[in-house]
Design a protein around this ligand. Structure first.
Ligand code: GCU
Length: 342
């Protein structure tokens, strides 16, 4: 039902987009509408960040542009939105790094489990354009570029009724993963049964028992109601996968230099506001999960999980040698922050 409603909404929204692109908004005929889609609810940190971006651009360039933000998969699933951005039908969308690996294999790097040794190393690496540049620009030929990263915390397993203390607890469980070859292989190495699907389908699949669990950050418990169904959340911390704001090259390349500079400032603001809101969002989601949803948080030994999936680093690096220098830079950050903590 929820799924059908979403489809109807997505279709009517696409129809509305087609009409809008022909006519523009009443009163805004001379302005260029900048459309941004994402798949989160309106209280998610990414929506809060995009609202700040929208206000900033409208205040700086409001005589020429009107920024419109479409949350909650109104423009379709993340994969649909990436394709719309690719063709220039919309201008921007937020995509998980996971699904971008099917558009350029270079993105596989940030999907590797246990790539980052700490949150500090993760943030420092993602803030370094020497690390992100070769990845973010690798889709230029595909029609889009990543313009900034957003925090999506750490990904952990959560299940309806079977607590996960070690990889062997995953045996026989159907776990939803994002649609990415690296994530599917990760699940295989951990011994669970990977069930790839779009984010918007997870709630009903959990509810109807098609899957036994999923893996995500804490916000999925609160914002997507997964904590209403899954009662065990296990901090195995297998991945830190960023979300990315991707922009259509048709739009980005068409911007005059001075306007592009203002958009770049807006991307920085989005990153900053989203990351601040992220910290609060995680805290609130944990409190809500404990106090209102009855979720139990488990802190397993992460070593057996790490040992099971480390072969993936080697195989991905040998398949995609171009990402080796980026991998090495990340290892330097890992070493730097481990030393700092000692
Ligand atoms: C996180 C991430 C989303 C992604 C989702 C998923 O919520 O922020 O971008 O779509 O995970 O698991 O699909």
């Amino acid at each position: 039902m929820r799924k059908q409603l979403k489809k109807v909404l997505a279709l009517s929204c696409c129809a509305a987009l087609a009409v809008l692109s022909l006519s523009g908004c009443a009163g805004d005929q001379d302005k260029r509408i900048v459309r941004i889609g994402h798949n989160q609810s309106t209280n998610h940190p990414s929506h809060i960040g995009l609202t700040a971006f929208q206000e900033f651009i409208n205040s700086q360039l409001g005589d020429k542009y009107v920024v419109e933000v479409y949350p909650s998969e109104l423009l379709g699933s993340q994969t649909d939105m990436v394709q719309l951005t690719q063709t220039g039908a919309i201008d921007f969308c937020i995509a998980s790094n996971s699904i971008l690996e099917t558009f350029s294999e270079n993105y596989s790097i940030f999907n590797l489990p246990y790539l980052f040794g700490s949150q500090e190393a993760y943030h420092a690496a993602m803030d370094d354009s020497a690390v992100t540049g070769p990845i973010f620009e690798s889709t230029v030929d595909a029609g889009f570029t990543s313009v900034t990263w957003l925090d999506a915390g750490t990904r952990n397993f959560y299940t309806i009724d079977k607590p996960i203390y070690s990889p062997s607890d995953l045996a026989g469980l159907k776990i939803r993963v994002q649609q990415s070859p690296t994530n599917i292989e990760m699940m295989r190495l951990l011994g669970g049964s990977a069930t790839p699907m779009g984010f918007g389908e997870v709630y009903t699949s959990l509810q109807s028992g098609i899957i036994d669990g999923a893996e995500n950050n804490e916000l999925a418990l609160r914002d997507n109601g997964h904590g209403d169904i899954c009662k065990y959340y296990s901090y195995d911390m297998h991945q830190m996968i960023p979300d990315l704001l991707i922009g259509s090259n048709t739009f980005l390349e068409g911007l005059p230099e001075d306007e592009r500079a203002i958009f770049e400032e807006g991307f920085k603001l989005l990153n900053q506001v989203q990351r601040e809101a992220w910290v609060e969002g995680v805290e609130d989601s944990i409190n809500n999960a404990i106090n209102n949803q009855g979720v139990e948080f488990i802190y397993p030994d992460t070593k057996p999980f790490q040992e099971a999936v480390l072969p993936l680093h080697k195989s991905v690096l040998s398949d995609i040698p171009a990402i080796q220098p980026v991998y090495d830079m990340i290892q330097d950050y890992n070493a730097q922050f481990t030393e700092a903590a000692e």
